[in-house]
Design a protein around this ligand. Structure first.
Ligand code: XMP
Length: 329
């Protein structure tokens, strides 16, 4: 609509005014709607003085890196550098079980990678990039550092989203957050105006800390990440096949750090439990659990136990937000 076009033009004007004609900007692309729309917008404003980086932190979903790099290249024509930082992230997360600690560590590693990327560009361009683009949305701002007068104090902070609360104070890059006042549905509309493919805009949100907040406890323990990737892929694939992906705000699997007894074939098993979570929501601030059909759940649970080694039990999360959050950590 005309309103979003005004927002777009206004944002482009603001970015052009803020970023000097010689300045360079870096942007971390996560493969999600927010960072992609933010990057496309900034690209429109300053062209090839925008340099994008995609970090594989070892906490991505099944084939996520290949899938998003292909989209950036073939659909969006955004030049993106891919950095494989799996070891760097996982070694720092070893033994860490506290959810907020995980977020802080991940936020810190991201920033160190962006700094290194900026350093590389400094050599290449003879000028250090001065800005960092973030796809922060309004709900992130409210939940991480409530605006004055909102009635919430800092102690009521729900989670330190890494792209808001977790940034180190000594970061050298200045922030550009063009989506800071928008809700998710508005970002999708902006994306349509910017000609980001609709299928891409409809992707479910995925948290910055990735699967680290979906493997409860130590993410490096055993093959939790690998199991979670397989389970999640089956779940999402089944949702796609059932034609209900677009009716769901977010759907994903959670790896639980417990084992339960089962029987598979003639064998007693003592294997992992996974939880399935799917919710509907307008903006992620509140959410209702999604009511799948009986047959869908039955098929998915069977498929998961039959094809993912190490899983013998599937449970479904039937809580809304509040009292639960969407993610488990
Ligand atoms: P919660 O779990 O707080 O999630 O109800 C609300 C929305 O935010 C996403 N989320 C995050 N996104 N960094 C992010 O970039 C984070 O640390 C983070 N934690 C939650 C979550 O997936 C949901 O869409």
């Amino acid at each position: 609509g005309w309103k979003m076009e005004d927002v777009l033009n206004e944002e482009i004007k603001v970015i052009k005014g803020m970023v000097g004609a010689e300045d360079h900007v870096i942007c971390a692309l996560s493969g999600g709607v927010d960072s992609t729309v933010a990057a496309t917008l900034v690209h429109k404003a300053i062209g090839d003085r925008l340099h994008c980086v995609f970090v594989d932190n070892g906490l991505l979903r099944y084939k996520e890196r290949e899938r998003v790099m292909e989209t950036f290249d073939q659909d969006l024509h955004l030049p993106v550098t891919c950095v494989d930082a799996t070891e760097q992230f996982l070694s720092k997360l070893k033994g860490v079980v506290d959810p907020e600690m995980k977020r802080k560590i991940i936020g810190k590693e991201f920033i160190s990678i962006f700094d290194a990327f900026a350093q590389d560009l400094d050599y290449k361009l003879g000028k250090r990039p001065a800005y960092l683009v973030q796809g922060t949305l309004y709900p992130d701002v409210i939940e991480s550092c409530p605006p004055p007068g909102s009635g919430r104090t800092h102690s009521h902070t729900i989670k330190s989203h890494h792209n808001v609360g977790g940034l180190p104070k000594d970061m050298k890059l200045k922030l550009i957050e063009p989506l800071k006042l928008l809700f998710k549905d508005e970002v999708r509309e902006l994306g349509r105006i910017l000609e980001v493919p609709v299928a891409f805009l409809k992707r479910h949100p995925f948290p910055g800390p990735g699967l680290a907040v979906r493997v409860l406890g130590d993410v490096t323990e055993g093959n939790a990440l690998e199991i979670l990737r397989q389970v999640d892929e089956i779940f999402i694939q089944s949702i796609n096949d059932a034609g209900i992906y677009d009716s769901i705000w977010q759907a994903f699997a959670v790896f639980l750090p417990v084992r339960s007894v089962g029987v598979q074939g003639d064998q007693r098993t003592h294997s992992h439990v996974v939880a399935l979570r799917a919710v509907t929501s307008q903006d992620g601030m509140t959410a209702d659990w999604y009511n799948f059909e009986h047959k869908f759940l039955d098929d998915v649970a069977r498929k998961i136990c039959n094809s993912v080694r190490g899983v013998n039990r599937v449970v479904q999360d039937i809580t809304s937000k509040p009292p639960s959050t969407i993610e488990w950590e």
